[in-house]
Design a protein around this ligand. Structure first.
Ligand code: NAD
Length: 298
């Protein structure tokens, strides 16, 4: 839909409402949960929190609430910061074998004495609704069914919601973590975009963003992407979650400046953030569908 991917003479970008899009997608999740209920199945997500990281507590609370709103059962398990790695791995193993549990999420970060990679790979890939397991990363890499990490998956849904055709477009992804930047680049590549991945060691970021049709900013650095770094008509997805001097949540993009040039832009808050939890719900219902003997959806 290229005709509306433009921003003639200083008109403000269309601001993408991640809350409204989430709400539409969550209605679909609720309907799929109800269809499973008719088969005697209630999707269940086990949410494990180790320690008392305040941000993690908020994330976990929001995830549990979102599950409840869609009819997904959520089993929240909280352990203190001294919970041992072996006890955590044993708990994951038990959940892997629990037929009533369809998704398992261990809230990251885990305390330093626990090996994150060991925890992620302990989760059965069929229940890894965060999409972090190497089996799911490999599935994404090779384009076979698996679970996509929720934040990049949410970004793809946002692009889909505006009817954006990535074929032949130049997408610049800033940040290359395993949970956001790398899977984001792979998903964009799957849609035949030409993808440039940028990171802390990238020289002259501006020269690259100025070539972009789509920018996904996921560096965790406020005001990293400024108005002079984008060309008119660009689509900007801001994944960053930072705080400004007043303590207010902000993204990686100078929203007020960049919106004067972009065609579309996501705000922070209210853009990518709500979509991340929504895609967790989508992955959880998909896990339950795949594990249901009579459905076996891919
Ligand atoms: P990370 O710290 O693991 O990775 C950051 C990446 O950005 C690295 O690849 C690093 O090289 C790159 N980077 C850092 N500074 C840069 C710079 N100046 N120029 C270019 N690249 C730079 O972070 P992450 O877990 O991928 O998260 C990134 C941001 O996204 C954070 O702000 C995080 O809070 C946010 N986040 C938001 C959601 C959401 O739901 N909205 C989900 C996950 C992460």
């Amino acid at each position: 839909m290229d005709e509306h991917i433009m921003n003639p003479s200083g008109h403000s970008a269309q601001v993408i409402d991640g809350v409204a899009l989430s709400s539409r997608l969550r209605t679909g999740v609720t309907q799929r949960v109800q269809a499973l209920n008719l088969l005697g199945i209630t999707p269940r997500l086990a949410v494990i929190l180790v320690g008392d990281n305040p941000a993690s507590q908020v994330y976990v609370r929001n995830k549990v609430k979102a599950c409840q709103d869609c009819g997904i059962l959520s089993g929240l398990e909280k352990y203190d910061a001294h919970f041992s790695e072996s006890a955590l791995l044993a708990r994951i193993e038990a959940l892997n074998h629990d037929p009533a549990t369809h998704g398992i999420l261990v809230q990251l970060p885990v305390p330093a004495h626990i090996d994150t990679a060991k925890v992620i790979t302990a989760i059965c890939p069929a229940k890894d609704v965060d999409g972090f397991h190497t089996a799911n990363a490999g599935a994404l890499m090779t384009g076979v069914p698996g679970f996509w990490p929720c934040t990049p998956y949410g970004c793809m849904e946002i692009l889909d919601s505006i009817g954006y055709d990535l074929y032949g477009k130049h997408a610049v992804v800033i940040g290359c973590s395993n949970i956001v930047g790398k899977p984001m680049a792979l998903l964009l590549l799957q849609k035949n975009a030409t993808v440039t991945m940028c990171h802390i060691a990238t020289r002259d970021l501006k020269s690259l963003t100025l070539q972009a049709d789509v920018i996904v900013a996921a560096a965790g650095k406020r005001h990293l992407v400024t108005t002079d770094m984008v060309r008119p008509g660009v689509v900007v997805l801001d994944v960053g979650m930072n705080h400004d001097d007043a303590g207010k949540l902000c993204g990686d993009v100078d929203f007020d400046g960049v919106r004067t040039k972009a065609a579309y832009i996501t705000p922070v808050p209210g853009g990518v953030g709500p979509m991340t939890i929504t895609m967790l719900l989508v992955n959880t219902v998909l896990a339950a569908e795949r594990l249901a003997p009579s459905l076996g959806t891919t």
